[in-house]
Design a protein around this ligand. Structure first.
Ligand SMILES: [Zn+2]
Ligand SMILES: [Zn+2]
Length: 235
C-alpha cells in the first residue's frame, strides 16, 4: 500500500534524504559510487514505512518506482549545489567543503573535549570560521529547507541565529534559527543583542539585504523567541 505524502511530509523527507546521503558518504569513507551511497542512505536513513512506500511524482513515474528513489537521485545534485559534495568523475561522489572538514566522529573523546573547550573559548567571530560551525550552519539551513523560519517565502540572504550560546561548539538544533537578513535585523531590534555584536561578522552568512521580503510581524517573533532566553552569553 502506498499513499501520497502531503507538501510538508515531502519537504521533511527531502531534508532527511539529504542528511542520510551525507551520512552515508561519511560512513563510506568520504568518497563512493552513487549506487553505494543510495543503498547505504536507504538502509541507515531511518525512513518510516510511509516514507519508503510513497509513490513518485507523476512526472517522474516512468523513471522511479518510489518518491524516495526520486529524492535520492536528486540529493547528490542538491548537495553539490550547496558545495557539500563534489563529483570528480562519472558516478563517483565525495564530500567537499565544510562537509569534508568536519572532524571524524571516530576521534578520541579527549581530543573532542579539548576541541570543544577551544571552540567555546575562542572569540565568537573566529568560531564562525571553524569547520565545525560551517557544518552546523549548513545542516541548520538544510533542516530549515533554505528558508526563513518566520516566513517560508523569504529565501534570500539567509542567516543562522543563535538563540543561546550555552552549547557553542555542540549546538542542539533547537539552539539555532534560520532567519532572513530582514527578519534577523528586526529580531535584534526587538530583543537586543549580546555585548559584542555577532551580526557585524557574526551569525550573518550573507549580508545582502533581502530586496523584496517584508520582515515578519511582531507576534511571529513573540511566538518563536523568548526574549529572556535569547542571546545568553556563553560565559
Ligand atoms: Zn542573531
Ligand atoms: Zn524572513
Amino acid at each position: 500500500m502506498s499513499t501520497d505524502l502531503d507538501e510538508r511530509e515531502r519537504r521533511e523527507l527531502r531534508h532527511k534524504v539529504n542528511a542520510a546521503t551525507l551520512d552515508a558518504l561519511r560512513a563510506l569513507g568520504g568518497e563512493a559510487r552513487r549506487s553505494d551511497i543510495h543503498q547505504r542512505a536507504l538502509a541507515d536513513g531511518g525512513f518510516t514505512p510511509r516514507q519508503l512506500t510513497a509513490p513518485p511524482p507523476a512526472s517522474a513515474g516512468d523513471k522511479f518506482a518510489r518518491l524516495i528513489d526520486h529524492q535520492l537521485a536528486w540529493a547528490l545534485t542538491n548537495l553539490k549545489r550547496d558545495g557539500l559534495v563534489e563529483n570528480p568523475c562519472r558516478s563517483v561522489w565525495r564530500l567537499a567543503g565544510a562537509a569534508r572538514e568536519a572532524p571524524s566522529p571516530a576521534c578520541e573523546e579527549s581530543v573532542f573535549v579539548d576541541r570543544l573547550d577551544e571552540l567555546r573559548r575562542m572569540p565568537y567571530r573566529d568560531y564562525l570560521r571553524t569547520p565545525e560551525w560551517r557544518v552546523t550552519r549548513a545542516a541548520t539551513l538544510e533542516r530549515a529547507g533554505h528558508s526563513c523560519s518566520l516566513d517560508v517565502t523569504h529565501t534570500d540572504a539567509l542567516e543562522v541565529h543563535h538563540r543561546t550560546y550555552e552549547r557553542r561548539g555542540r549546538e542542539l538544533a533547537s539552539d539555532l534559527v534560520v532567519l532572513c537578513h530582514a527578519c534577523h535585523l528586526v529580531h535584534h531590534k526587538q530583543f537586543g543583542r549580546p555585548g559584542r555584536r555577532p551580526d557585524k561578522r557574526g551569525d550573518v552568512a550573507t549580508a545582502r539585504p533581502a530586496a523584496s521580503a517584508q520582515p515578519a510581524s511582531r507576534s511571529f517573533f513573540k511566538r518563536l523567541f523568548s526574549p529572556s532566553r535569547s542571546h545568553t552569553l556563553p560565559d
